[in-house]
Design a binder for this molecule. Structure first.
Ligand SMILES: Nc1ncnc2c1ncn2[C@@H]1O[C@H](COP(=O)(O)OP(=O)(O)OP(=O)(O)O)[C@@H](O)[C@H]1O
Ligand SMILES: [Mg+2]
Length: 351
């Protein structure tokens, strides 16, 4: 639904060059929630602004719903209208909501409908439907200053949906909200994704956001995507940085003759009493150094760091047992594999 290839953006200001995007290729499948995560300055906002062509990429292509937006933009002024139409299929929500304080809630949602040229009654009907969808039908006549942050973001979402987009882009939409409100806004995005088949690309620096709503994710660093894929696949991939950052487990070995093992539980293995079986079958004392269990992509997953007595070579059988149970097993500090790219077969999008 969204594909970028070799997307590069170089900002030039006062004789200095900043490469904000450096050959970014992502593939967002129709109907999925795709999270882009990375530290401040990694290029996340630049990526999202290049995807809707608010920012002209220096090179590379952006295809949304089968349409090459970069080719449209490349045709200069003549492309103004086709590009505007294509952008109509892309909704956008912002960290600071960007609502007009002089307009009511309904007036804010009607704004894009006015631009689309809808008549007054049609606009009102549509805006009220959308406000109903985001749970704010009662607040249509209120002004934004009367709303809580979560309510404002719901208005932002209703407004973004006004043009019946297939794609919703979100730049840190929840980072100005408290954790509880964040959860409810994320739930709303998830519901819209399911109900409307909306494809959502969201930018965040919060791992929890990825964990709770994203089907796929990409990790950005210095303008590049260093890891990407389906979240559950990444969790099952040894050496995945996203997996480590989504489920951080701490704790070092308590002595020299010890083996520290990181285990990732996913799928069926998450439900089995693996540790007690290990202990019984191999007659070893297992110490738990750290653990993180949660759901990701609607499935129970977790990571655990355990310690076994004896050196690694003395624990081959125990480690083999864990692997046989379908767990991803890593020995931290024993060399990590290079960059991970777990891309599923690209699905045909028919356009
Ligand atoms: N208009 C601009 N002119 C010059 N440099 C820019 C411009 N916009 C962004 N940059 C630079 O590009 C890099 C990426 O910025 P970007 O805003 O995309 O990061 P980000 O990942 O969204 O960060 P944050 O998490 O803080 O929002 C940064 O080094 C930034 O200073
Ligand atoms: Mg940003």
């Amino acid at each position: 639904m969204i594909t970028t290839t070799g997307l590069t953006k170089v900002y030039r200001s006062r004789g200095r060059e900043v490469t904000a995007l450096d050959g970014v290729g992502i593939h967002v499948r129709p109907g999925e929630v795709y999270g882009v995560i990375g530290r401040s300055g990694a290029g996340k906002s630049t990526l999202i602004r290049c995807i809707n062509l608010l920012e002209r990429p220096t090179s590379g292509t952006v295809t949304v719903d089968g349409q090459d937006l970069t080719a449209l933009a490349g045709r200069g002024n003549r492309a103004a209208r086709p590009l505007r139409l294509a952008r109509g299929g892309i909704g956008m929500i912002f960290q600071h909501f960007n609502l007009l304080s002089s307009r009511t809630v309904q007036g804010n949602v009607e704004l894009p409908l006015e631009i689309l040229g809808l008549g007054r009654r049609e606009r009102a009907r549509k805006a009220l439907d959308l406000l109903d969808l985001v749970g704010l039908a009662d607040h249509a006549r209120a002004y934004p200053s009367r709303l809580s942050g979560g309510q404002k973001q719901r208005v932002g979402i209703a407004r973004a949906l006004a043009g019946d987009p297939k794609v919703l882009l979100s730049d840190e939409a929840t980072s100005a909200l408290d954790p509880e409100t964040t959860r409810s806004v994320l739930r709303l995005l998830r519901d819209l994704n399911r109900q409307l088949g909306l494809t959502v690309l969201l930018i965040t620096h919060e791992m929890d956001v990825v964990k709770s709503v994203c089907d796929s994710a990409a990790l950005m660093e210095k303008g590049r995507v260093v890891e990407s894929g389906v979240v559950s696949d990444l969790l099952a991939t040894p050496g995945s940085r996203l997996a480590r950052e989504l489920f951080p487990v701490g704790g070092g070995a308590s002595g020299a003759d010890r083996t520290v093992v990181d285990i990732t539980f996913h799928g069926e293995s998450a439900d089995r009493p693996v540790i007690s079986r290990l202990s019984r079958t191999h007659d070893v004392d297992v110490s738990i150094l750290g653990a993180a269990m949660d759901t990701a992509g609607g499935r129970q997953v977790g990571r655990m760091r355990i310690e076994l007595p004896g050196r690694p070579e003395e624990n081959d059988a125990a480690i083999g047992f864990l692997r046989e149970q379908g767990l991803t097993v890593e020995l931290p500090g024993r060399g990590t594999p290079g960059p991970v790219a777990v891309e599923r077969e690209l699905t045909e999008e028919g356009a």
